[in-house]
Design a protein. Structure first.
Length: 297
């Protein structure tokens, strides 16, 4: 069983709840029912009244043959936002004029709101710019102060440096004036010249010594070469092995010296002299030592 539907209709500033509607109930029937309850509107006809439907600021008149229940059900969930009002044609004209004025005022208000929003945005921009300018000014001021401080410090340091330079120059001039003397300068020059002369002499002497040493070395080489040739000739004449002779030189020298001492101290019977063509080995060593001593001295 379907629930009974009640439809609210505004009439003379009061809400009237209409119930017991059927599918065939029209707007004319509803108007007649509302007017029958009102005692003040007996003289007026039903045709002078019209039901108006309004939704979200949009309003339209309903025909007298319109079935109100079907219309109300068609709104479904949006029926809460729909208002039905019962008015006369004169009230409608007045209401239209008032609605027109209200709409104009609303448009003006919307314009003013837009202008206010624009002005607010502009004010925000100007405030942001001002804040940025203030921040930039503060940063510039800080930089300027830091630059001034650095300049003052640099000037102070430059003054100190200039004073130090002046003091150093004065000290050097005073020292030069005190220490400088022509006699001392002449003595220094003479000492320098003397040292130069001595150094030149020493260099010349060193060069002469080097030349003498080179000559002595050359003579030693020549004598060594002659000694080697004599040894070779002697070895070839006597058919002596050179290697064995060279190996026995050190032992024969000591024996030869020992024999000379023994001959000088003891009395020994003379031995038969060897023939000159066949000298003994000791004589050979003696000759060799004599030649070496003569070459060395």
């Amino acid at each position: 069983m379907d629930l009974e539907v009640e439809i609210p209709i505004w009439y003379n500033g009061k809400m009237k709840w209409i119930s017991n509607l059927t599918r065939r109930s029209t707007c004319f029937d509803v108007i007649q029912a509302i007017l029958s309850t009102d005692e003040n509107n007996i003289c007026q006809l039903n045709e002078d009244y019209i039901i108006y439907e309004s939704w979200c600021g949009v309003e339209r008149p309903l025909k007298s043959r319109c079935r109100l229940l079907k219309l109300w059900n068609s709104w479904a969930g949006e029926s809460q936002n729909v208002t039905l009002t019962l008015r006369t044609h004169q009230q409608n004209s007045n209401s239209n004029s008032t609605h027109f004025l209200i709409r104009q005022q609303d448009k003006k208000l919307e314009k003013l709101k837009r202008q206010l929003k624009k002005t607010d945005k502009q004010i925000e921009k100007f405030t942001n710019i001002q804040n940025d300018n203030n921040q930039s000014m503060l940063s510039y001021l800080n930089l300027y102060r830091s630059i001034i401080n650095t300049q003052t410090k640099l000037e102070y340091q430059q003054n100190l440096i200039s004073r130090l330079i002046y003091d150093i120059e004065n000290e050097n001039e005073n020292e030069i004036k005190i220490d400088f003397n022509q006699d001392n300068f002449k003595n220094i020059l003479s000492d320098v010249n003397y040292t130069l002369i001595i150094s030149r002499k020493l260099t010349e002497q060193s060069e002469q010594l080097d030349q003498q040493i080179n000559k002595i070395n050359e003579e030693i080489d020549k004598k060594q070469y002659l000694l080697d040739e004599l040894e070779l000739d002697y070895a070839l004449d006597q058919n002596i092995d050179i290697d064995s002779l060279d190996d026995d030189d050190h032992q024969d020298k000591s024996n030869f010296l020992f024999k000379q001492e023994r001959v000088s101290t003891k009395d020994i019977s003379p031995s038969p002299s060897p023939s000159p063509s066949h000298p003994t080995f000791t004589h050979k060593l003696a000759l060799k030592c004599l030649t070496l001593s003569s070459l060395c001295f």
